[in-house]
Design a protein around this ligand. Structure first.
Ligand code: CP
Length: 366
Protein backbone atom coordinates (compact mmCIF):
# COMPACT_ATOMS: atom_id res chain seq x y z
CA UNK A 1 0.00 0.00 0.00
CA UNK A 2 1.35 3.44 -0.96
CA UNK A 3 0.64 6.68 0.88
CA UNK A 4 1.51 10.27 -0.02
CA UNK A 5 2.53 12.06 3.17
CA UNK A 6 5.28 14.31 1.84
CA UNK A 7 6.30 15.01 -1.73
CA UNK A 8 9.53 13.06 -1.16
CA UNK A 9 7.43 9.88 -0.96
CA UNK A 10 7.42 10.16 -4.75
CA UNK A 11 10.63 9.78 -6.74
CA UNK A 12 11.39 12.32 -9.46
CA UNK A 13 10.61 9.62 -12.02
CA UNK A 14 7.22 9.02 -10.40
CA UNK A 15 6.44 12.75 -10.40
CA UNK A 16 7.37 12.93 -14.08
CA UNK A 17 5.10 9.93 -14.77
CA UNK A 18 2.22 11.61 -12.89
CA UNK A 19 2.71 14.71 -15.04
CA UNK A 20 2.52 12.54 -18.16
CA UNK A 21 -0.65 10.82 -16.92
CA UNK A 22 -2.15 14.22 -16.09
CA UNK A 23 -1.41 15.51 -19.59
CA UNK A 24 -3.14 12.44 -21.03
CA UNK A 25 -6.15 12.87 -18.71
CA UNK A 26 -6.45 16.48 -19.84
CA UNK A 27 -6.29 15.46 -23.52
CA UNK A 28 -8.48 12.31 -23.25
CA UNK A 29 -10.78 12.61 -20.22
CA UNK A 30 -13.24 10.03 -21.58
CA UNK A 31 -10.53 7.34 -21.41
CA UNK A 32 -10.44 7.77 -17.62
CA UNK A 33 -14.15 8.27 -16.92
CA UNK A 34 -14.74 4.72 -15.59
CA UNK A 35 -11.36 3.86 -14.04
CA UNK A 36 -12.58 4.15 -10.42
CA UNK A 37 -16.06 2.66 -10.84
CA UNK A 38 -17.13 0.93 -7.64
CA UNK A 39 -14.43 2.67 -5.58
CA UNK A 40 -14.88 5.24 -2.81
CA UNK A 41 -12.68 8.14 -1.76
CA UNK A 42 -13.11 9.48 1.79
CA UNK A 43 -12.27 13.16 2.31
CA UNK A 44 -11.54 13.71 6.01
CA UNK A 45 -11.11 17.45 6.41
CA UNK A 46 -10.51 18.45 10.03
CA UNK A 47 -9.62 21.96 8.80
CA UNK A 48 -11.31 24.29 6.26
CA UNK A 49 -10.68 23.89 2.55
CA UNK A 50 -12.25 24.92 -0.74
CA UNK A 51 -9.83 23.80 -3.47
CA UNK A 52 -8.20 20.70 -2.05
CA UNK A 53 -11.36 18.99 -0.84
CA UNK A 54 -13.52 19.91 -3.82
CA UNK A 55 -10.79 19.06 -6.34
CA UNK A 56 -10.31 15.64 -4.73
CA UNK A 57 -14.04 15.09 -4.89
CA UNK A 58 -14.29 16.30 -8.49
CA UNK A 59 -11.28 14.13 -9.38
CA UNK A 60 -12.91 10.98 -7.97
CA UNK A 61 -16.24 11.71 -9.66
CA UNK A 62 -14.51 12.31 -13.00
CA UNK A 63 -12.83 8.92 -12.62
CA UNK A 64 -16.26 7.30 -12.16
CA UNK A 65 -15.87 6.75 -8.39
CA UNK A 66 -17.82 7.88 -5.33
CA UNK A 67 -17.01 10.18 -2.43
CA UNK A 68 -17.84 10.14 1.28
CA UNK A 69 -16.46 12.32 4.05
CA UNK A 70 -16.75 15.38 6.23
CA UNK A 71 -15.76 18.99 5.79
CA UNK A 72 -14.93 20.01 9.34
CA UNK A 73 -13.83 18.38 12.59
CA UNK A 74 -17.07 19.57 14.22
CA UNK A 75 -19.04 17.30 11.84
CA UNK A 76 -17.13 14.19 12.90
CA UNK A 77 -16.56 12.26 16.12
CA UNK A 78 -13.24 14.12 16.47
CA UNK A 79 -15.49 16.69 18.20
CA UNK A 80 -16.16 14.00 20.85
CA UNK A 81 -12.45 13.33 21.28
CA UNK A 82 -11.87 10.45 18.83
CA UNK A 83 -8.23 10.04 17.82
CA UNK A 84 -6.89 10.36 14.29
CA UNK A 85 -5.84 6.70 14.28
CA UNK A 86 -9.29 5.46 15.33
CA UNK A 87 -10.96 7.72 12.76
CA UNK A 88 -8.79 6.42 9.94
CA UNK A 89 -9.20 2.80 11.00
CA UNK A 90 -12.98 3.30 11.01
CA UNK A 91 -13.09 5.01 7.63
CA UNK A 92 -11.03 2.17 6.16
CA UNK A 93 -14.14 -0.01 6.66
CA UNK A 94 -16.09 2.25 4.29
CA UNK A 95 -13.64 3.66 1.72
CA UNK A 96 -10.82 2.52 -0.58
CA UNK A 97 -8.61 5.61 -0.28
CA UNK A 98 -8.44 8.56 2.13
CA UNK A 99 -7.48 12.21 1.59
CA UNK A 100 -6.99 13.89 4.97
CA UNK A 101 -6.35 17.46 6.10
CA UNK A 102 -5.56 18.16 9.74
CA UNK A 103 -4.41 21.25 11.68
CA UNK A 104 -1.79 19.29 13.64
CA UNK A 105 1.62 18.75 12.07
CA UNK A 106 2.40 15.10 11.46
CA UNK A 107 -1.23 13.93 11.74
CA UNK A 108 -1.02 11.88 8.50
CA UNK A 109 2.03 10.05 9.89
CA UNK A 110 -0.15 9.04 12.84
CA UNK A 111 -2.98 8.08 10.46
CA UNK A 112 -0.92 5.60 8.46
CA UNK A 113 -0.09 3.67 11.63
CA UNK A 114 -3.74 2.52 11.66
CA UNK A 115 -4.63 2.78 7.97
CA UNK A 116 -5.92 -0.10 5.87
CA UNK A 117 -6.16 2.10 2.74
CA UNK A 118 -3.80 4.54 1.02
CA UNK A 119 -3.69 7.90 2.85
CA UNK A 120 -3.02 11.20 1.11
CA UNK A 121 -1.87 14.19 3.12
CA UNK A 122 -4.12 17.05 1.99
CA UNK A 123 -2.26 19.49 4.29
CA UNK A 124 -1.05 19.08 7.89
CA UNK A 125 -0.76 22.29 9.89
CA UNK A 126 2.18 24.41 8.76
CA UNK A 127 4.15 21.35 7.68
CA UNK A 128 3.49 19.79 4.24
CA UNK A 129 0.98 19.96 1.39
CA UNK A 130 2.22 17.54 -1.27
CA UNK A 131 -0.82 17.56 -3.56
CA UNK A 132 -0.67 21.36 -3.84
CA UNK A 133 2.89 20.81 -4.98
CA UNK A 134 1.69 18.43 -7.68
CA UNK A 135 -0.62 21.23 -8.90
CA UNK A 136 2.29 23.70 -8.73
CA UNK A 137 4.60 21.40 -10.70
CA UNK A 138 2.03 20.92 -13.45
CA UNK A 139 1.61 24.70 -13.61
CA UNK A 140 5.36 25.25 -13.96
CA UNK A 141 5.64 22.49 -16.56
CA UNK A 142 2.76 23.86 -18.64
CA UNK A 143 3.60 27.55 -18.30
CA UNK A 144 7.42 27.49 -18.25
CA UNK A 145 7.93 24.24 -20.18
CA UNK A 146 10.31 22.73 -17.60
CA UNK A 147 10.91 21.97 -13.92
CA UNK A 148 14.67 22.57 -13.99
CA UNK A 149 16.93 25.63 -14.27
CA UNK A 150 14.27 27.92 -12.83
CA UNK A 151 14.74 30.85 -10.47
CA UNK A 152 11.76 30.76 -8.14
CA UNK A 153 10.80 33.59 -5.78
CA UNK A 154 8.80 32.45 -2.75
CA UNK A 155 7.16 35.35 -0.98
CA UNK A 156 5.12 35.86 2.20
CA UNK A 157 4.66 33.48 5.13
CA UNK A 158 7.43 30.97 4.49
CA UNK A 159 7.42 29.75 8.08
CA UNK A 160 3.86 28.46 8.30
CA UNK A 161 3.14 28.21 4.55
CA UNK A 162 3.11 24.44 4.08
CA UNK A 163 2.84 24.66 0.30
CA UNK A 164 6.21 26.41 0.17
CA UNK A 165 7.90 23.67 2.22
CA UNK A 166 6.65 20.94 -0.11
CA UNK A 167 7.45 22.94 -3.26
CA UNK A 168 11.06 23.56 -2.17
CA UNK A 169 11.48 19.85 -1.43
CA UNK A 170 10.16 18.95 -4.89
CA UNK A 171 12.06 21.51 -6.96
CA UNK A 172 15.30 20.84 -5.06
CA UNK A 173 15.44 17.47 -6.76
CA UNK A 174 15.44 18.94 -10.30
CA UNK A 175 18.80 20.30 -11.54
CA UNK A 176 19.72 23.94 -11.76
CA UNK A 177 16.88 25.45 -9.71
CA UNK A 178 17.49 28.47 -7.46
CA UNK A 179 15.33 29.92 -4.70
CA UNK A 180 14.85 33.49 -3.53
CA UNK A 181 12.95 33.31 -0.24
CA UNK A 182 11.30 36.67 0.49
CA UNK A 183 9.72 37.14 3.90
CA UNK A 184 9.80 39.18 7.08
CA UNK A 185 12.48 37.86 9.47
CA UNK A 186 9.79 36.35 11.71
CA UNK A 187 8.33 34.27 8.87
CA UNK A 188 11.44 32.78 7.31
CA UNK A 189 11.57 29.21 5.97
CA UNK A 190 12.19 26.69 8.81
CA UNK A 191 15.86 26.07 9.53
CA UNK A 192 15.80 22.38 8.62
CA UNK A 193 14.66 23.18 5.07
CA UNK A 194 17.37 25.82 4.64
CA UNK A 195 19.93 23.38 6.07
CA UNK A 196 18.86 20.77 3.50
CA UNK A 197 19.34 23.31 0.68
CA UNK A 198 22.78 24.27 1.99
CA UNK A 199 23.82 20.65 2.43
CA UNK A 200 22.75 19.80 -1.12
CA UNK A 201 24.58 22.86 -2.51
CA UNK A 202 21.39 24.33 -4.00
CA UNK A 203 21.62 28.11 -4.52
CA UNK A 204 19.23 30.11 -2.34
CA UNK A 205 18.94 33.60 -0.93
CA UNK A 206 16.85 34.94 1.95
CA UNK A 207 15.58 38.47 1.33
CA UNK A 208 13.03 40.97 2.64
CA UNK A 209 12.43 43.23 -0.39
CA UNK A 210 10.12 41.85 -3.08
CA UNK A 211 10.92 44.74 -5.44
CA UNK A 212 14.61 43.84 -5.55
CA UNK A 213 13.98 40.18 -6.34
CA UNK A 214 11.29 40.65 -9.01
CA UNK A 215 13.38 41.60 -12.09
CA UNK A 216 15.31 38.34 -12.01
CA UNK A 217 12.66 35.64 -11.48
CA UNK A 218 11.15 32.94 -13.72
CA UNK A 219 8.24 32.41 -11.31
CA UNK A 220 6.96 34.25 -8.25
CA UNK A 221 5.08 32.11 -5.72
CA UNK A 222 3.04 34.39 -3.46
CA UNK A 223 1.56 33.12 -0.20
CA UNK A 224 -0.96 34.29 2.37
CA UNK A 225 0.12 35.18 5.89
CA UNK A 226 -1.35 32.17 7.75
CA UNK A 227 -3.50 33.87 10.40
CA UNK A 228 -4.68 30.55 11.86
CA UNK A 229 -1.12 29.46 12.77
CA UNK A 230 -0.21 32.54 14.85
CA UNK A 231 -0.27 32.33 18.64
CA UNK A 232 -0.51 36.12 18.93
CA UNK A 233 -3.24 38.16 17.10
CA UNK A 234 -1.07 41.30 17.49
CA UNK A 235 1.82 39.60 15.68
CA UNK A 236 -0.52 38.63 12.83
CA UNK A 237 -1.87 42.20 12.54
CA UNK A 238 1.68 43.56 12.43
CA UNK A 239 2.78 41.18 9.64
CA UNK A 240 -0.39 40.60 7.61
CA UNK A 241 0.24 43.22 4.92
CA UNK A 242 3.99 42.64 4.60
CA UNK A 243 3.71 42.06 0.84
CA UNK A 244 1.09 43.15 -1.65
CA UNK A 245 1.74 42.37 -5.31
CA UNK A 246 0.11 45.06 -7.45
CA UNK A 247 0.28 46.36 -11.02
CA UNK A 248 3.12 48.73 -10.14
CA UNK A 249 5.31 45.91 -8.81
CA UNK A 250 4.39 43.70 -11.78
CA UNK A 251 6.02 46.35 -14.01
CA UNK A 252 9.36 45.37 -12.39
CA UNK A 253 8.95 41.70 -13.34
CA UNK A 254 10.13 40.04 -16.58
CA UNK A 255 7.55 39.71 -19.36
CA UNK A 256 7.69 35.91 -19.06
CA UNK A 257 7.67 35.61 -15.25
CA UNK A 258 4.61 33.74 -14.02
CA UNK A 259 2.77 34.53 -10.79
CA UNK A 260 1.59 31.58 -8.72
CA UNK A 261 -0.35 31.37 -5.46
CA UNK A 262 -1.83 28.24 -3.83
CA UNK A 263 -4.90 30.31 -2.82
CA UNK A 264 -6.90 31.33 -0.88
CA UNK A 265 -5.68 34.90 -1.33
CA UNK A 266 -6.50 37.55 1.22
CA UNK A 267 -4.98 40.78 -0.09
CA UNK A 268 -1.40 39.81 -0.98
CA UNK A 269 -2.22 39.97 -4.70
CA UNK A 270 -4.26 42.97 -5.85
CA UNK A 271 -7.25 41.73 -7.87
CA UNK A 272 -6.13 44.00 -10.74
CA UNK A 273 -3.18 41.61 -11.28
CA UNK A 274 -5.69 38.88 -12.23
CA UNK A 275 -6.02 40.37 -15.71
CA UNK A 276 -2.25 40.19 -16.28
CA UNK A 277 -1.47 37.21 -18.58
CA UNK A 278 1.35 36.28 -16.20
CA UNK A 279 -1.16 35.52 -13.41
CA UNK A 280 -1.45 31.71 -13.24
CA UNK A 281 -3.12 31.05 -9.88
CA UNK A 282 -6.49 30.02 -11.27
CA UNK A 283 -4.73 27.72 -13.74
CA UNK A 284 -3.10 26.08 -10.69
CA UNK A 285 -6.59 25.34 -9.36
CA UNK A 286 -7.52 23.49 -12.56
CA UNK A 287 -4.22 21.59 -12.75
CA UNK A 288 -4.73 20.55 -9.12
CA UNK A 289 -7.79 18.52 -10.05
CA UNK A 290 -6.04 16.78 -12.93
CA UNK A 291 -2.96 15.93 -10.85
CA UNK A 292 -5.17 14.55 -8.07
CA UNK A 293 -6.87 12.33 -10.67
CA UNK A 294 -3.46 11.02 -11.72
CA UNK A 295 -2.46 10.51 -8.08
CA UNK A 296 -5.63 8.58 -7.17
CA UNK A 297 -5.04 6.28 -10.15
CA UNK A 298 -1.46 5.69 -9.08
CA UNK A 299 -2.15 4.98 -5.42
CA UNK A 300 -5.11 2.73 -6.22
CA UNK A 301 -3.01 0.71 -8.64
CA UNK A 302 0.08 0.28 -6.53
CA UNK A 303 0.87 -2.57 -4.21
CA UNK A 304 4.52 -1.97 -3.35
CA UNK A 305 5.69 -0.19 -0.23
CA UNK A 306 7.20 3.25 -0.90
CA UNK A 307 10.96 3.62 -0.65
CA UNK A 308 11.56 5.04 2.82
CA UNK A 309 14.12 7.78 3.43
CA UNK A 310 17.07 6.28 5.26
CA UNK A 311 16.31 7.78 8.64
CA UNK A 312 16.84 5.92 11.88
CA UNK A 313 13.96 6.72 14.23
CA UNK A 314 14.45 6.53 17.97
CA UNK A 315 12.58 7.25 21.18
CA UNK A 316 14.13 9.63 23.71
CA UNK A 317 11.64 9.25 26.55
CA UNK A 318 10.56 12.86 25.87
CA UNK A 319 7.62 14.51 24.12
CA UNK A 320 7.97 16.76 21.04
CA UNK A 321 8.20 20.41 22.06
CA UNK A 322 5.96 21.63 19.21
CA UNK A 323 2.46 22.30 20.63
CA UNK A 324 1.09 21.94 17.07
CA UNK A 325 2.51 18.43 16.66
CA UNK A 326 0.10 15.48 16.47
CA UNK A 327 2.25 13.63 19.02
CA UNK A 328 1.20 16.25 21.61
CA UNK A 329 -2.43 15.12 21.54
CA UNK A 330 -2.88 11.71 19.91
CA UNK A 331 -3.39 8.82 22.34
CA UNK A 332 -1.05 5.86 22.00
CA UNK A 333 1.29 7.60 19.54
CA UNK A 334 4.91 6.99 20.45
CA UNK A 335 7.05 10.16 20.10
CA UNK A 336 9.79 9.40 17.55
CA UNK A 337 12.85 11.42 16.60
CA UNK A 338 15.72 11.36 14.13
CA UNK A 339 19.20 12.71 14.80
CA UNK A 340 20.75 15.70 12.99
CA UNK A 341 24.41 16.63 13.10
CA UNK A 342 24.38 20.05 11.41
CA UNK A 343 22.04 23.05 11.34
CA UNK A 344 21.95 26.59 9.94
CA UNK A 345 23.51 29.11 12.32
CA UNK A 346 23.97 32.75 11.26
CA UNK A 347 23.50 31.76 7.61
CA UNK A 348 26.14 29.00 7.76
CA UNK A 349 25.71 25.23 7.77
CA UNK A 350 27.34 24.35 11.09
CA UNK A 351 28.25 20.98 12.64
CA UNK A 352 26.69 20.60 16.07
CA UNK A 353 26.60 18.02 18.85
CA UNK A 354 23.77 15.67 17.84
CA UNK A 355 20.27 17.09 18.18
CA UNK A 356 16.95 15.35 17.66
CA UNK A 357 14.15 16.29 15.29
CA UNK A 358 10.55 15.09 15.64
CA UNK A 359 9.71 12.43 13.05
CA UNK A 360 6.11 13.70 12.85
CA UNK A 361 6.50 17.48 12.52
CA UNK A 362 10.26 17.96 11.76
CA UNK A 363 10.75 20.43 14.64
CA UNK A 364 14.26 20.55 16.06
CA UNK A 365 14.18 19.77 19.81
CA UNK A 366 16.10 22.51 21.63
N1 CP B 1 -4.50 25.58 -1.84
C1 CP B 1 -5.29 25.06 -0.88
O1 CP B 1 -4.89 24.18 -0.12
O2 CP B 1 -6.54 25.62 -0.84
P1 CP B 1 -7.70 25.16 0.16
O3 CP B 1 -7.24 25.53 1.55
O4 CP B 1 -8.92 25.93 -0.26
O5 CP B 1 -7.86 23.69 0.04
Amino acid sequence: MRHLLSITDLSVEEIDALLETAADIEANPEAYAHKMEGKKLATLFFEPSTRTRLSFEAAMYELGGHVIGFAGASNSSAAKGESVKDTVRTVGCYADIIAMRHPLEGAPWAAVQAATTPVINAGDGGHHHPTQTLADLMTLKKEKGRLDHLKIGLCGDLRFGRTVHSLIEALSRYPGNEFVMISPRELRVPGHIVADLAEAGIPYKEAEALEEALPDLDALYMTRIQQERFFSPEEYLRLKDSYILDEEKMRLAPADMIVMHPLPRVNEIDVKVDADPRACYFKQVFYGKIMRMALILKLMGETELPPKPGRVLITTGKQCKNPRCISSTEQGLEPLFYPVHQVMRHGQLTRIPTKYVCAYCDMEQV
